[in-house]
Structures are given as structure tokens and as C-alpha cells.
Design a protein around this ligand. Structure first.
Ligand code: IPD
Ligand code: CA
Ligand code: CA
Ligand code: CA
Length: 288
């Protein structure tokens, strides 16, 4: 089937109303003193009842309206599973991006929904129900925060840039000693880079959103999963951002690595600093 812009609009409107409902669940749970936490692959890999409830709400709501749509959701896939991508509209879901922040009551998290059709990113929604900020973008139609257009920064020099990366988490534990050395040497290079500021917020979608709205000038991370980046990648692109796979080539959602920045020159400078760690792709490539 061919899908028109009007179809994408229809899919998107249903998704927005579900994301808003999911936001009520997350906000309510966030206001409680604590939630029941379970660990998955390791002590740093957390899941709560709210992650699961949000994912169920989104998948059930979307499949009721659109029975032929497919889903890749963080809490529904089994570990090590390779994704079978078809050309059908496929929702890539991170019910709570930033679960550790959620569990520790740090208000930086995102409910993330990315839409892929014919292996191309078409739309993205990132909603932080704690701040009430809703970020949206559709391919070719610009990026918005609460309905207002947003734009990346034009900082192209590292000494004027605030850059964002990640510390620890999956990167150290899942990929063994060899990757540990690479990660540590990259951390060292970031510290010595001469950047104006270095931040690590514990939430990849918020990191990317900050690039999209020009708060952060660049963000680099290795080892991401597709749901960490699907929604926000569309928003960064539509905000005029430069997005690549730092290990080479254009940004591919399934390659597990990304570098985004407001300016290509800054992206290239940061990219040249790093030792690049390659990961096994999650599936066939998905481009913007
Ligand atoms: C994590 C966060 C974190 C990033 C990890 C992700 P989760 O997502 O986005 O910032 O460094 O790669 O796994 O597990 O909280 O959804
Ligand atoms: Ca997780
Ligand atoms: Ca995530
Ligand atoms: Ca998550």
C-alpha cells in the first residue's frame, strides 16, 4: 500500500491522543513516593509497572484503530531478538525513555513514539509529562515544541558548544572489556575536548530534544537501541539538525550509534575526536 501525508496525519493524531493518556499514567506514578522496580539484564537495566502499562496502552490503542500496523516496543521484545521489518507502518515505542530517572524521580524522561513506513522514518513524538512538554515532527513538515516551531543552534566551534553524551549504563556492562576501554578513552577525550560544557542527562530522547531546540549543541552515543532514537531523530532532522552514524555513513536508526548536532562542522569535529565502536545492527537499515 502507498501511504499519503493525510494517512500519516491520521496515524499521528491517534498517536498523540494516546501519548497524552499515557502521560497521565506516568505523571501520576511520578508523584507517588516510589514505584515497584524490577531489574532486567543487570542492576542498571530497570523496568517498572508504568513502563509496561504505557507500552500496553499505546500498542492496544494503535492496533485497535489500525489493525495492520506493526510494533517494536522496548518492553515487548525479547532480548537478543532481531527485528523483522516489513514495509507496513511500524511504531517504534519507548514507553518511558529514562526509566532510571523515573525511578529516582529526576524529571527528565520521554514517552517516545516513532513511525516508520517502508523503512523510512516518517514521524516522531516525544512527550515529557512531568514538564508538560510535547515535541512533535513529521517528515518534511518541521519540528514543534507545544505547537511552536523549534530550531537547532548554529554553534559550530567546540569551545562555544555544550555537548552531551552518556556515562556508564549499558555501554560498559553489555559489551565487554574491549568496549569498556573504548568508552573510557572516549570519556577522557570528551573531558579534554575543550567544550564549553559537558552534560549527561540519562535520557537519550531528552538529549536529542535539547539538540533540536538548540539548548545543547551536539550529542553522541554508542549502543543505543532503535526505540531510544526513533522519535527524536525525526524531531532533530526537522529542526534543521545534522544527524549521522558516527561509525560511518548517514544516520541509520538500526545501527545503534548516533551523533547529532546543530551544525555539520561541529559534528565532524566531535566525530574526529572519538574512537568509534561498531555494533551489530538491529535489523535492515532504516533511514530518515
Ligand atoms: C536509556 C536512556 C539512557 C541511554 C540508554 C537508554 P531507558 O533508555 O535513554 O539515556 O543512555 O542507552 O537505554 O532504558 O531508560 O528507556
Ligand atoms: Ca530500559
Ligand atoms: Ca530508552
Ligand atoms: Ca524505556
Amino acid at each position: 500500500a502507498q501511504y499519503s501525508d493525510a494517512d500519516v496525519d491520521r496515524f499521528f493524531d491517534v498517536a498523540i491522543s494516546l501519548v497524552e493518556r499515557a502521560g497521565i499514567l506516568v505523571l501520576h506514578a511520578f508523584k507517588q513516593p516510589s514505584s515497584k522496580v524490577t531489574t532486567k539484564s543487570s542492576d542498571t537495566d530497570l523496568v517498572t509497572e508504568t513502563d509496561k502499562a504505557v507500552e500496553d496502552l499505546l500498542i492496544q490503542g494503535l492496533s485497535k484503530e489500525f489493525p495492520d500496523h506493526k510494533f517494536i516496543g522496548e518492553e515487548s521484545v525479547s532480548s537478543g531478538q532481531k527485528f523483522e521489518l516489513t514495509d507496513a507502518p511500524t511504531w517504534i515505542i519507548d514507553p518511558i525513555d529514562g526509566t532510571t530517572n523515573f525511578v529516582h524521580r529526576i524529571p527528565l524522561l520521554g514517552i517516545c513514539l516513532g513511525l516508520v513506513i517502508e523503512k523510512q522514518l516518517k514521524a516522531g513524538i516525544v512527550y515529557n509529562p512531568i514538564s508538560g512538554d510535547l515535541y512533535t515532527a513529521k517528515h518534511g513538515k518541521g519540528a514543534f515544541k507545544n505547537g511552536f516551531p523549534i530550531r537547532v543552534s548554529n554553534t559550530d566551534a567546540l569551545n562555544k558548544a555544550v555537548i552531551c553524551t552518556t556515562l556508564g549504563e549499558h555501554n560498559f556492562k553489555d559489551h565487554g572489556e574491549k568496549y569498556l576501554d573504548t568508552a573510557l578513552s572516549n570519556h577522557r577525550k570528551v573531558v579534554l575536548s575543550g567544550a564549553r560544557g559537558i552534560r549527561t542527562f540519562g535520557c537519550s530522547s531528552i538529549n536529542m530534544i535539547y539538540v533540536a531546540q538548540g539548548s545543547i549543541d551536539a550529542y553522541i552515543e554508542y549502543g543505543l537501541r532503535c526505540w531510544d532514537a526513533a522519535a527524536a531523530a525525526v524531531i532533530v532532522k526537522e529542526a534543521g539538525g545534522y544527524l549521522i552514524d558516527p561509525t560511518g555513513g548517514p544516520f541509520n536508526l538500526m545501527s545503534r550509534c548516533l551523533l547529532c548536532a546543530g551544525e555539520e562542522k561541529l559534528a565532524k569535529e566531535i566525530s574526529s575526536l572519538f574512537t568509534h565502536a561498531k555494533f551489530e545492527p538491529e535489523s535492515e537499515a532504516v533511514y530518515y
